[in-house]
Design a protein around this ligand. Structure first.
Ligand SMILES: Cc1cc2nc3c(=O)[nH]c(=O)nc-3n(C[C@H](O)[C@H](O)[C@H](O)COP(=O)(O)O)c2cc1C
Length: 212
């Protein structure tokens, strides 16, 4: 029975079933880190490939493979930043100061950016679009977790700019695809504060049959 406010004890669960406590701890403590806090070095090409490899193990009903990943080459980072910044400025998502500046100081600061594209099959007879998006989300989470395990900070950024025609054109996003987000990656020089753990009992109930 789950008690309100209870958080299961990792150590007791793990010692009972003999699993790797370190790995589960990584999953339980993963948190996003703003690109403002990320510095060089970012993941190497081999590490990026490993993260994408982890993404590719995401559950994928009907083997639709509803994803595509574009690693932004370092030499092209300024160019994509400019295109995204201008899109942001046009759309008026201008918080503090100039949108261009704020974007430059945000995603652009991350040493590595990877664009996530959902390659959807809207006509698929067995796999509705929602399931396809869920696979993309699972792939994204696998990327974040593997980045964390490799020692990198990461954060997903998106916004209206992901639907901007210039951004879409620059990244060659096709008619049946959606630019979902940019994943920003780099090294966090200082240990990050642990994220507040949500209470499991607020999010998990147990169904005991319809007569209960
Ligand atoms: C698809 C997607 C897009 C997101 N886009 C943004 C964004 O544009 N800006 C932002 O500040 N956070 C965005 N987030 C949220 C952050 O990536 C992050 O998940 C959030 O700050 C909570 O941090 P946590 O992952 O440590 O819980 C997005 C998350 C997802 C899943």
């Amino acid at each position: 029975m789950l008690q309100k406010n209870s958080v299961p004890s990792n150590s007791s669960v793990l010692s009972e079933n003999g699993s790797d406590p370190i790995l589960l701890e990584r999953v339980l403590t993963r948190r996003s880190l703003s690109p403002m806090r990320l510095v060089e070095p970012g993941p190497t090409q081999k590490e990026i490939e490993l993260m994408v490899s982890a993404a590719l193990t995401a559950p994928d009903l009907g083997a639709v493979r509803p994803w595509r990943f574009i690693s932004i080459d370092q030499a092209a980072r300024d160019e994509i930043t400019k295109i995204v910044s201008e899109a942001k400025a046009r759309r008026g998502s201008n918080g503090r100061g100039s949108a261009v500046e704020s974007e430059r100081g945000h995603g652009a600061r991350a040493p590595v950016q990877i664009a996530i594209i959902a390659c959807l099959d809207p006509e698929h007879v067995d796999v509705p679009i929602l399931q396809q998006y869920i696979s993309v989300g699972a792939a994204l989470q696998n990327m974040l977790l593997s980045a964390d395990i490799l020692g990198y900070g990461a954060m997903i950024l998106s916004g209206d700019e992901m639907r901007d025609p210039d951004v879409i054109k620059a990244l060659n996003v096709r008619w049946n695809e959606k630019l979902v987000a940019l994943v920003c990656l780099g090294t966090c020089p200082r240990p990050a504060k642990p994220k507040r753990r949500l209470k499991v009992a607020d999010h998990l109930t147990v169904w005991c049959g319809s007569n209960e």
